[in-house]
Unconditional design. Structure first.
Length: 322
């Protein structure tokens, strides 16, 4: 048993449960780069482990009611046959190293665009609030959003995502969650993660079955990953289902950036330096942006806002007495 691999899998499991992405995009490079596993064996073993790991996080979100079952159904119509077909395509192409490289580079660019989009959306929201004289807008809706189903585009997303997963083990969370953000912007962050996790269960199971039949599955690798991933994804999913939407979006952006750097082939030292720089520089920069638009550098929590409103009558009485 490789306990170092189990520890790495625990950390990645938390990321998967918290954000719905990062499993294949992080685990497969970790297996290849840090543990010397051959690429095809890494893809096969990672997918089989994911087939066991994904239901753990999905069950938590399903219990919390943060899943759109109709959306999951339409995604699976395209993704399940496409995932199995992706494995057959990979077998027909032989090693398929050049094909996988092209797909991973394109996916890395898409992840960078998505991470930038999250930051831009947060900035636009801040500017809109600043345009109001009192600095406040009506709060975002907290109930289940009413979304209009788009079956054909959703099936197409499932097909593309399934093919990519079958070929590379990457995309069950990272690629499809980006498409869901574009197709259904009304989804809350927790529902976006929950829906993506549940649809990934049959998708990954289909790809895993294909790799069990035609890939290079290694039981010892899968067991080590499961020992770490199962408790990690359970913990991450519980945090995600209860965490504020803003926190989840920040974690999403960070995971998108980390996955993109690895998919684009950025060296490990440069990747670590970039992520550390982002973690250290992004908070103070955001504070300065808030300050420039007339907001406190630190956003107040709901309890702080409630305490402030409760103090308003006392402050008014003091002004009257003076």
């Amino acid at each position: 048993m490789d306990w170092g691999l189990a520890a790495a899998a625990f950390g990645i499991g938390i990321v998967v449960g918290l954000t719905g992405m990062g499993g294949g995009a992080l685990m497969t490079p970790v297996l290849v780069l840090f543990f010397g596993v051959p690429p095809l064996a890494a893809v096969s073993s990672d997918l089989v482990a994911s087939a066991v790991m994904k239901p753990v996080g999905a069950a938590v979100h399903l219990k919390r009611g943060t899943v759109h079952l109709k959306l999951v159904g339409w995604l699976c119509v395209g993704s399940i046959p496409a995932a199995f077909g992706g494995v057959l395509i990979a077998k027909a192409l032989g090693d398929g190293e050049q094909v996988q490289t092209i797909i991973q580079r394109a996916l890395g660019i898409a992840l960078l665009i998505a991470a930038t989009g999250l930051a831009v959306r947060a900035y636009i929201r801040l500017v809109e609030r600043a345009r109001k004289r009192d600095g406040l807008l009506p709060p975002l809706p907290q109930g289940r959003p009413q979304i209009t189903m788009r079956p054909l585009p959703t099936i197409a997303v499932g097909i593309v995502g399934g093919l990519v997963v079958g070929l590379t083990s990457v995309g069950s969370g990272s690629l499809i969650i980006i498409a869901l953000m574009a197709l259904y912007p009304g989804l809350k962050a927790s529902e976006l993660v929950g829906t993506d996790l549940l649809q990934a269960v049959p998708l990954v199971a289909s790809a895993a079955l294909g790799h069990l039949l035609f890939g290079e599955f290694q039981l010892n690798l899968t067991l080590a990953m499961l020992i770490g991933c199962v408790p990690g994804v359970w913990l991450g999913a519980r945090i995600s289902s209860r965490a504020p939407g803003g926190l989840i979006r920040r974690v999403l952006a960070f995971v998108l950036l980390a996955s993109a750097l690895k998919l684009l082939g950025v060296p490990n030292v440069a990747t670590a330096a970039t992520l550390l720089g982002a973690a250290l520089l992004a908070p103070p920069i955001w504070m300065l942006v808030r300050r420039r638009h007339g907001f406190p550098m630190l956003a107040r929590t709901d309890s702080q806002k409630a305490d402030s409103k409760a103090d308003e009558p006392d402050q008014l009485d003091q002004k009257v007495q003076s």
